[in-house]
Write a protein that binds this ligand. Structure first.
Ligand code: NI
Length: 177
């Protein structure tokens, strides 16, 4: 099957809240995750949420490869996270640069919680429960925002820190993830 196209900012489907998954291990859910993985890898993304390929379900995937955006960041383990719940932990927020496959070519400085506990399920309904920080915590917050119809530009507090990659970071090779 052809790689599913990734919706871009301006498409109203990216602004909708997605619905929880009711059944695990179904052919439909496994196919969705396979499609998401293919689309994320093809675009060299650090993560992807189901609504980005026009499926309004509470499913995100992330990690598994070093990020070109954060070359010094830890490698986040490849994770399938269904029906996620996030809880910020003590430690406040920090700002760092983010991009998004739905906002290609751009970066913005986005505040996120530094430390986080996230819970949810994998595609088989097995529980996931992790306490994370830094880049891992940032990626999860970014992806779960997609499930609530939130794109990172709306989280930028100083819009002078939002722009095209080539202008913000001249000479650097950065991808659209
Ligand atoms: Ni995104």
């Amino acid at each position: 099957m052809a790689i599913r196209p990734i919706l871009r900012m301006g498409d109203p489907r990216l602004l909708q809240a997605s619905a929880p998954v009711r059944e695990f291990g179904t052919p439909g859910l496994l196919e969705l995750i396979a499609d998401m993985e293919e689309a994320m890898r093809a675009a060299h993304g650090a993560g992807l949420a189901a609504p980005q390929i026009a499926v309004p379900s509470r499913v995100v995937i992330f990690g598994g490869a070093p990020s070109s955006r954060y070359p010094d960041a830890e490698v986040v383990p490849y994770t399938v996270l269904v029906n996620p719940k996030l809880r910020a932990l003590r430690g406040g927020r920090e700002s760092d640069w983010e991009g998004c496959l739905s906002v290609p070519g751009m970066r913005g400085l986005v505040p996120r919680y530094r430390r986080l506990r996230y819970r949810g399920f994998d595609q088989w309904g097995r529980p996931v429960d992790r306490t994370v920080s830094g880049f891992h915590a940032r990626v999860v917050q970014h992806e779960v925002d997609h499930l609530d119809g939130v794109l990172y530009p709306t989280r930028i507090e100083d819009l002078s820190k939002f722009g095209f990659v080539e202008e913000l970071f001249p000479g650097q090779q950065l991808r659209d993830d």
